[in-house]
Write a protein that binds this ligand. Structure first.
Ligand code: ZN
Length: 288
């Protein structure tokens, strides 16, 4: 299990050119060669020699003492900080949740405007951070957990909608002046979240979806057509965003590591999953 990691390089294969033993590196949840046309275009999750960690088989998952990284030169991002750096949680967040929230934002936000973020999990909260970075004038977080909402507000959310379904949709429309928002960051992946996204986006707006879809077909053929709505997003090429987001982490402008609210060792992983499942913990950091 697991596809987010930061760690020290123990050894490198004979073909590896740019990564050295002893370097502190962060890995994206997908590996990529860094040299094909999709990598050049910043879409490393479609790398022709790429793939994903922790899907069963090779390569393994990152919740482990050690992990073999395929295509190390293209995959890994070397950091210039020590192993005990206080920013470690935020640097780890670059491996997935911060880059994924950012992907939802860059695919949905054209120029500032009104933004709604569906989901107050770690990705949704990072989506709030990303929307603020990209100059959103209004950021409405849709979520129901009080401590997460507080973190969303601290990260730049201007409004909170805790109702779901029709009531939630109505409230977002009210808050955004009656016609919905320019951009929706869909960070859940449920049918209800997608229905909500389609209902709160204004004509000409864009939905950036990064929640892995856990739903069957949705009607994208009538309403989105007549309202010129764009549905964008997909697996985030977080490798493409690391350099840019790293600068803001190092300068203290963003602090995505705040999503980690519990730390366990490897033996504590099952309890970590339980705690997240029961909404006792937002996101668990593992120190093997
Ligand atoms: Zn590639």
């Amino acid at each position: 299990m697991g596809h987010e990691a930061i760690g020290v390089v123990e050894d490198v294969g004979s073909d590896v050119q740019g990564i050295e033993r002893g370097q502190l590196v962060v890995m994206p949840f997908a590996y990529s060669d860094g040299s094909c046309m999709f990598c050049d275009e910043g879409l490393q999750t479609s790398c022709v020699r790429g793939g994903f960690f922790g899907n069963g088989g090779e390569p393994g998952g990152a919740q482990a003492e050690a992990l073999r990284i395929p295509q190390a030169d293209g995959t890994l991002f070397a950091l210039e900080v020590g192993e005990d750096d206080a920013l470690m949680p935020s640097l780890l967040a670059l491996s997935d949740v911060m880059g994924t929230g950012h992907h939802a934002a860059v695919t949905a936000i054209r120029s500032g405007g009104k933004v709604a973020v569906i989901g107050d999990g770690a990705v949704g909260l990072c989506g709030v951070i990303a929307a603020k970075r990209l100059g959103a004038e209004q950021i409405i977080i849709m979520g129901r957990h009080r401590d997460r909402i507080e973190l969303a507000r601290a990260s730049g959310a201007t409004d909170v909608v805790s109702k779901r379904g029709e009531e939630g949709i109505e409230r977002v429309r009210e808050l955004s002046g009656g016609f919905g928002v320019h951009s929706v960051l869909e960070c859940v992946g449920s049918a209800q979240a997608m229905d909500t996204a389609l209902a709160i986006v204004r004509p000409g707006g864009t939905i950036g979806r990064v929640g892995v879809p856990h739903y069957g077909p949705v009607d994208l053929w009538t309403m989105p057509f007549y309202r010129n709505v764009t549905v964008a997003g997909g697996p985030a090429p977080v490798r493409a965003y690391m350099a840019e987001l790293l600068r803001d982490v190092m300068d203290g402008r963003i602090e995505p590591g705040r999503v980690f609210d519990r730390t366990v060792d490897l033996d504590g992983v099952p309890d970590g999953y339980r705690a997240m499942n029961e909404r006792e913990a937002l996101k668990v950091l593992i120190r093997p």
